[in-house]
Design a protein around this ligand. Structure first.
Ligand SMILES: Nc1ncnc2c1ncn2[C@@H]1O[C@H](COP(=O)(O)OP(=O)(O)OP(=O)(O)O)[C@@H](O)[C@H]1O
Length: 352
């Protein structure tokens, strides 16, 4: 069953220097208990998309489209309803979240806060639930009496995960949840997130610039470039056999988790990400694309079916036309490979 559905979501920030269209026409779906990774370079609009899911954007940001959580549009619900939905239905683990803990309050009190605010448990019941949550994230129950400065960065991030789980949400949005942690702790926290969402059947939207981390954690991946989803599909296909030249470059830019050989030669992406306030004409990726043609600078953007969810519903994303022609020009490749390399959004027929 569909838990979350984004339909043509667009976000534009207003600034003194002009409008910044940070997210442009994103349509994605997430089934119950499914994990979706959203990847892209800095400035591609990942965090903006994550924040929009819980309507946490600055008030002056212009948001359009629909964000349906269990069929209810987050963008149009009342503030009262939105407060109930945050934490109770959907919660957020954000970038560097472990620094967000209140330094002068005990861990247990902070974990119990959402339980109290949402009327789920108080007093002894809240203490029992807090102990249970600490144990679920691999910390001893006595840590409830600790202050944040008595914990390591990884332990603090575990506390944030416990807080996100407190009200038994159906969806967790995790924005770069392990970025501030060292590699060993990162792997432990990722494996914890993976096992908890599987155990509790929670849907996960995880944001990262690192496609390999997402591929190791998520069932499906969506790759963003200049505010658009340029490719989405099952993780093994998008990471292992990407259709869009940008997804390929992103996959090659990071070592594969668990493959030491790939650490030896991570290939960087050439050029800089575009300025979202002034995206390139035609295909946004064309100035950096290894297979672009002159026409890629002017070809219009078209709607293209990009995948099928578990429920069989077809997702619609935006394809950047012009790629097909570029593909035909790629010397020595078969027609199928041309299409795979250059139809900028591939059609993934998921058969699960
Ligand atoms: N409050 C804001 N006002 C104006 N522009 C903003 C605001 N927040 C983000 N932006 C701009 O929107 C674009 C997308 O930013 P966003 O943070 O969503 O990207 P990102 O992919 O998450 O990048 P990062 O990984 O660096 O966080 C960027 O150009 C950013 O400068």
């Amino acid at each position: 069953m569909t838990l979350l559905e984004l339909r043509d979501v667009a976000v534009t920030y207003r600034s003194a220097a002009g409008d910044v269209p940070a997210v442009r026409g994103v349509s994605l779906g997430l089934a119950e208990g499914e994990a979706l990774g959203v990847a892209g370079e800095s400035g591609s609009g990942k965090s903006t998309l994550a924040m929009s899911l819980l309507r946490l954007l600055p008030r002056d940001a212009l948001v359009s489209g629909e964000i349906l959580l269990d069929g209810e549009d987050v963008l149009t619900m009342s503030w009262g309803r939105l407060r109930a939905v945050r934490w109770a239905s959907a919660s957020l683990i954000f970038q560097g979240a472990q620094h967000a803990l209140n330094p002068v309050r005990r861990i247990g009190d902070q974990i119990a806060e959402p339980l109290r605010v949402h009327g789920i448990a108080t007093g002894a019941a809240a203490r029992r639930r807090t102990a249970e949550l600490l144990e679920q994230v691999g910390l001893p129950a006595w840590r409830a009496r600790s202050y944040p400065h008595e914990l390591s960065g990884g332990q603090r991030q575990r506390v944030m995960i416990a807080m996100a789980l407190a009200c038994s949400p159906r969806l967790i949005v995790a924005d770069e949840p392990t970025t501030a942690l060292d590699v060993m702790i990162q792997a432990q926290v990722l494996s914890l997130i993976r096992s908890l969402i599987a155990e509790h059947g929670i849907g996960l939207v995880m944001i990262s610039h690192d496609l390999s981390v997402l591929a190791a954690t998520c069932d499906r991946l969506a790759v963003m470039y200049a505010g658009r989803v340029v490719e989405s599909g099952p993780s093994h296909e998008v990471f292992g056999d990407a259709g869009h030249p940008y997804s390929r470059a992103l996959a090659e830019a990071f070592p594969t988790v668990g493959d030491p050989a790939s650490r030896m030669a991570p290939r960087g992406l050439g050029g800089d990400p575009p300025d979202p306030a002034h995206p390139p004409t035609g295909c946004s990726f064309h100035p950096r694309c290894p297979v672009s043609l002159v026409s890629c600078a002017s070809e219009p953007v078209e709607l293209w079916p990009v995948g099928r969810t578990k429920t069989g519903r077809t997702e619609v994303g935006r394809a950047e036309a012009g790629g097909a022609e570029a593909g035909r020009a790629a010397a020595g490749r078969s027609e199928v490979a041309h299409t795979a390399a250059c139809v900028h959004v591939r059609v993934h027929e998921e058969t699960r």
